[in-house]
Design a protein around this ligand. Structure first.
Ligand code: SDX
Length: 427
């Protein structure tokens, strides 16, 4: 559908094409604007700028809609599982039972990491943050499998299925290796009789040969990974695409994405939410004082607000009810869940939050489940990264296959005009 717009600047009017997406989103096509008008667009933080056309994930932030390859997140959360969603994101279609079984077996076989990769985790400084260890571990993994990360676009695409399965398999093992090193515990090898999440829980927490895993807990973890699997052009995925646009391999692109996810305004928010809830609980506040401090701009209600959702994040809705199931399965109550519920109840009725369209996002409840599962707070963002890996990989593949140009945004220069060098004795 050809749509057009025009931009008038001075005496000249420039015609602009309007692109229309399959969900009827509209975009001004400004790819020729600078050549034809000398003008560039300015949009710091890219809040109004489409960086690409993508078929992986659709979000309608106003309606609170999230779909992976056209399937609604609530339906996938109810009927699918993480590894099936990995294949959906990577290949664009739900897998057959044979395809899924083959992928599960490939991932299971890849969970035994090369010893030099595990040694690299052991060799890192004991104070390294789990996210730093994960990013470095990805690079070490790529280094141990040079045939999968050649930076030759055609070769990396040809080997992509193995690289993707290896990365999806390796991230839990890298996370567990860092965790057990910090805990002073010997590594726990993966067990082929376990499924993906059971293996991860076992590699993390198995002690004294007791490898029993509560199925309700591995199911809760699977749901968390599924809900984090992709989210279109968020900060870390855009970083992954930026790195991939230069021709870098999947391991390097995902190591960069892990680093981008680490920040407290992005993937680091799930850690910040738990710290916030624990501080509120420790101070004896029922949340009212904290809400007031957030309204005065003295603090942020972490886990609330979103660059795109101006409605309830559909993932938060699903996680909120999953909290009850996970805690019931553990037979534990959570004082911080009660505080989270009260914060939500108060915030959703308060004009400060209503006027700014601030609702709970994916991070508001996820940390409560992760804490109940026994994960230390500083590993929460690592879990987000494990969940997001298939999304990052799907976007790496999309940009690699479409052969787009290297990403290179422009700028508006606001620095000094031309000036001459002054020797140091005259300064
Ligand atoms: C993720 O992009 C993605 O898709 C990300 C993600 C994914 O799946 O990849 O969904 C995952 O990163 C979720 C977001 C996790 N981050 C947090 O929960 C951190 C807390 N949230 C905020 O810092 C904030 O809401 C952002 C960063 C998420 C969004 O920031 P915006 O859209 O740029 O909003 P803003 O900073 O411009 O704020 C607009 C107003 C401001 O008030 P005024 O200046 O208008 O008076 O809203 C206020 C802000 O002060 N505000 C908040 C708030 N978030 C925004 N006030 C209190 N608490 C908050 N959380």
């Amino acid at each position: 559908m050809s749509d057009t717009a025009s931009l008038t600047y001075g005496e000249t009017t420039f015609p602009l094409n309007v692109l229309t997406g399959t969900e009827d989103e509209k975009a001004l096509d400004v790819r020729q604007l600078r050549k034809e008008s000398g003008l560039i667009t300015y949009d710091d933080g890219y809040g109004n700028t489409g960086s690409c056309e993508s078929s992986v994930t659709f979000i309608d932030g106003d309606k609170g809609i999230l779909r992976y390859r056209g399937y609604d997140i609530a339906e996938l959360a109810e009927k699918s599982n993480f590894l099936e969603v990995c294949l959906l994101l990577l290949n664009g279609e739900l897998p057959s039972s044979q395809e899924l079984a083959a992928f599960e077996s490939k991932v299971s076989s890849f969970q035994n990491l090369p010893s030099e990769v595990l040694d690299s985790i052991q060799a890192m400084p004991s104070s390294v943050h789990p996210m730093g260890s994960l990013a470095a571990g990805l690079q070490a993994l790529g280094g141990a499998c040079p045939h999968l990360c050649t930076n030759d676009r055609n070769q990396d695409i040809a080997n992509f299925d193995d690289a993707a399965a290896l990365i999806i398999a390796a991230l839990p093992a890298l996370a567990a290796a860092n965790y057990r090193k910090k805990a002073g515990e010997s590594l726990r090898k993966p067990d082929a009789s376990f499924n993906y999440c059971e293996n991860f829980l076992s590699m993390m927490f198995e002690k004294d040969g007791d490898a029993s895993i509560n199925p309700a807990l591995s199911k809760a973890l699977d749901l968390i990974f599924l809900l984090h699997a992709d989210h279109e052009q968020n900060c870390s995925t855009s970083t992954c695409r930026m790195i991939a646009s230069g021709g870098a391999n999947p391991f390097a692109s995902l190591a960069g994405a892990v680093s981008a996810l680490w920040g407290p305004l992005h993937g680091g928010a799930n850690m910040a939410v738990i710290n916030m809830l624990n501080d509120i609980h420790g101070s004896g506040d029922d949340g009212s004082k904290f809400i007031q401090s957030a309204k005065e701009g003295k603090s942020r209600l972490m886990g609330f607000g979103h660059r795109v959702y101006r409605n309830y994040d559909p993932r938060a809705k699903i996680l909120k009810s999953a909290c009850d199931k996970a805690l019931a399965a553990l037979g534990v109550s959570s004082p911080i869940l009660d505080i989270a519920r009260r914060l939500e109840e108060v915030a959703l009725q308060d004009p400060y939050f209503i006027d700014r369209k601030l609702y709970p996002n994916v991070d508001f409840y996820s940390g409560i489940i992760l804490q109940a599962l026994g994960f230390p707070t500083n590993t929460f963002t690592v879990l987000f990264a494990i969940g997001r890996a298939p999304g990052w990989l799907a976007h790496w593949k999309e940009i690699a296959q479409t052969g787009k140009k290297i990403h290179r945004p422009r700028q508006i220069y606001q620095g000094s005009n031309l000036r001459s060098y002054i020797s140091v004795e005259n300064r």
